[in-house]
Design a protein around this ligand. Structure first.
Ligand SMILES: [Zn+2]
Length: 79
């Protein structure tokens, strides 16, 4: 038996946000191509926004790990 859960109201604005959010999906190849630029931009400006990259990194553990280690390397000055 399932307990019915109250749902948040799905406003037109919420639907629009969902539709916009799914648009900039990248493939892993595209993500890797842009990773250097993205990470360097993040280091130069912590407020740097790249929605397409952010969405991919949120959903893809492999690329998120890669981005994190690249960021760590650049921060430690190893490269
Ligand atoms: Zn990926």
């Amino acid at each position: 038996m399932t307990t019915p859960r109250p749902r948040p109201p799905l406003t037109p604005r919420a639907v629009g946000a969902l539709l916009v959010d799914t648009t900039p999906w990248l493939s892993c190849d595209e993500c890797f191509e842009r990773m250097d630029v993205h990470v360097e931009a993040l280091l130069a400006d912590p407020h740097h926004r790249d929605p397409a990259m952010e969405h991919h990194l949120q959903g893809c553990t492999a690329c998120a790990d890669e981005a994190r280690s690249l960021l760590d390397l650049l921060r430690s000055g190893t490269i």
